[in-house]
Design a protein around this ligand. Sequence first.
Ligand code: ADP
Length: 183
Amino acid sequence: MTRVVLVGPPGAGKGTQATALSQRLNIPHISTGDLFRTHVGEETPLGREAKRYLDSGELVPDAVTNEMVRERLSEPDAKSGFLLDGFPRNTKQAEVLGDILSENEEALDAVIELKVPEDMLVERLLGRGRDDDTEEVIRRRQQVYRSETAPLLEYYSNVLVTVDGVGDVDEVSSRVLDALGKR
Ligand code: ADP
């Protein structure tokens, strides 16, 4: 059983690592960014609500996000563990996650921080070329990370493991697996 949260600024490689580790550990990769983008693409009511936040780099309101995550975590595949990527993104969301888990008598095994120098982040994101990867929106997402999300590192200090996110994908994956004691 592995319940893991990946934390790190936009561009740190959370999605890439979560995809690789999801296969390796055979647990679902749950990305709130991907979930939102699917809703936006399918023009669901949630997607219509979320779009302007994604387009500007702001956080989608907690009520919307928390409900979406609660539903996703209630699906059967998440019972065998999960890799959460992009959630929680502030301490309120972290409290809600704690509530959801404790309702099921579950807990997180680890919070992995992927650490990458700031100048490398913007470079990676501009190379990725997603719709919301314009320089202005990237800068805003980095600010939101620093003010809203970075406090989670303190919040989770008792389960936090910091992993160097610089290197090729396999190299970083190995470090994360080491950190999880899965190698
Ligand atoms: P990145 O890690 O590169 O910022 P994501 O795909 O994780 O990209 O997130 C893209 C956008 O989706 C965010 O800028 C935000 O608008 C929205 N989003 C994702 N996760 C959350 C969350 N937990 N709470 C609020 N908004 C979120």
